[in-house]
Design a protein around this ligand. Sequence first.
Ligand code: PEP
Ligand code: MG
Length: 313
Amino acid sequence: AVAAGPAEWNGVGTTSDGHHVKVLGNVGSPADAQAAADAGAEGVGLFRTEFCYLDAEAEPPVAEQRAAYAAVLTPFAGKPVIVRTLDAGADKPLAFLSPAAEPNPALGVRGLRVAFDRPEVLDRQLEAIAGAAQDSGAEVSVMAPMVATAAEAAWFAERVRAAGIARAGVMIEIPAAALSATEILAAVDFVSVGTNDLAQYTFAADRQLGAVAKLNDPWQPALLRLLELIGSAAKAAGKPAGVCGEAAADPVLARVFTGLGLTSLSMNVPAIRAVGASLAGVTLAQCEAIAARVLETADPAEARRTARDGDSG
Ligand code: PEP
Ligand code: MG
């Protein structure tokens, strides 16, 4: 079995042979951001901006948005932060954006889809993010949620660049996007996999419904095969691909993701140390061997067992 690795977390995610995998925090408020910085996160892989507005009745003015974002970015001055544009709809409705009634909100106008009808809301948010980047000194990238096609990714990237923000990426959380990873990567600077929604849409299993939770398991081999497609596409493109769903917080799965070619892991703060320590206990070649075997497994239980047994198989 693979050694558990040192308990120490020195603040830079690397395998024992020096392959860098950024260990990042998921945040939604200034308190989260401070906690992530204190825990030694190298940066932020997912700033859920909609968390700032769950109670807002109207779209906040640009100046107010700018101040709210700067408060979250400030603990990461000089460090990379990925700001996600509003992911309104489905499990996170916003009063000023979400459509009143849809038969299937998770399949409706959510995430970036809202911006196709109301691009001025996106443009104002991008203006506020660009301002907050200046105010805070954080190295800001922006990414869009719920992207289905390369054309959508290109549309978004153009608006981000028009706003003067250097790096534009998209989330991969729809199976069609995973299957188009090569084309999407041609249009943007990076991608980040939202495993919560990617599992939901791959298995047609509501992420909020306990009765189908077994399908929404990040160890499902079918989900990991989609991650392999994304990791391979990113390697071929020479562009970064991260994971920012809850799955990134699993220290054993972190080794699998690394072996599949993912280059950053963004997680809730309490997981940062354990994931960093887990990566430090294996080489990249061991991660690749583990990942190759996990892809051959039949179900989540076998996948977990295979990864835990490590490179001795
Ligand atoms: C995801 O879907 O995995 C994700 C990170 O986004 P959210 O949980 O905010 O939908
Ligand atoms: Mg999501």
